[in-house]
Design a protein around this ligand. Structure first.
Ligand code: ZN
Length: 234
């Protein structure tokens, strides 16, 4: 493993889901100072926000090093998102595919707003590495999760804020099984499996089992556990 980075300070976009918790563990294994940011925007499931402090508490318990590295958590109100768009993410309507091939959980530009908000907070807190769980291999294909979107945003942030801010997306090119593998490598597989929330129906841990997010998460975990069992047999 690389030596710990004492020069750069990280801010992790942390929602309490599988991906962002994996990103947080990743950041804690790379940077000596890590803070977290979360957003209120009228989510369907406020439980997601309630679980964040519990997960942070458990993450601190992983090791004395992580305890020392993990700094402040910042909750930011982005209620403006629910004012701007009507989607299954914020309204009580059924999740379905739309004519443009995106599920109606898609909030246009949400991830751009999250990253830009993080950059603004990072400017004030002197946090120059922004870490997000954006992923191109993700089933939803949200255009604001694309690598090019993030790279363009990094340039815009550095020009607009006159900073040297780096956007890190450790999950960009890996699938769900590999995300579980990364969590296992970082020593947080069980924590993520039992404490995080990915389910669109708001059920913690292994979830409701039938929504698209649960299906993707379960298939990824099963695939990873199979690969791991194969490897251990050898
Ligand atoms: Zn579910």
């Amino acid at each position: 493993m690389k030596p710990i980075d004492h020069t750069n300070r990280a801010l992790v976009l942390f929602s309490g889901g599988q991906d962002s918790t994996t990103c947080l563990a990743w950041a804690l294994s790379h940077f000596s100072h890590v803070e977290t940011i979360g957003f209120h925007y009228g989510q369907r499931h406020a439980i997601e926000l309630e679980m964040r402090p519990q997960i942070l508490q458990k993450i601190r318990g992983i090791s004395p090093q992580w305890q020392a590295r993990l700094g402040e958590d910042h909750m930011i109100d982005l209620g403006v998102i629910s004012q701007l768009s009507q989607t299954a993410m914020t309204e009580d309507i059924a999740i379905q595919m739309q004519a443009n091939g995106l599920p109606n959980t898609f909030v246009p530009g949400r991830n751009l707003m999250f990253m830009l908000t993080a950059a603004t907070l990072g400017y004030r807190r002197n946090l120059n590495v922004l870490v997000g769980g954006m992923c191109e291999t993700d089933f939803s294909g949200y255009p604001d999760c694309r690598d090019d979107s993030m790279k363009a945003l990094q340039v815009a942030i550095n020009l607009g804020l006159d900073t040297r801010t780096r956007l890190e997306t450790p999950l960009m090119w890996i699938d769900k099984a590999e995300t579980w593998a990364l969590a296992d490598e970082l020593g947080v597989l069980d924590l993520i499996r039992h404490e995080t929330l990915t389910c669109y129906n708001g059920v913690q841990g292994d979830g409701c089992g039938h929504c698209p997010a649960c299906k993707l998460r379960r298939e990824g975990l099963e695939k990873y556990l199979e690969i791991k069992a194969e490897r251990e047999k050898r």
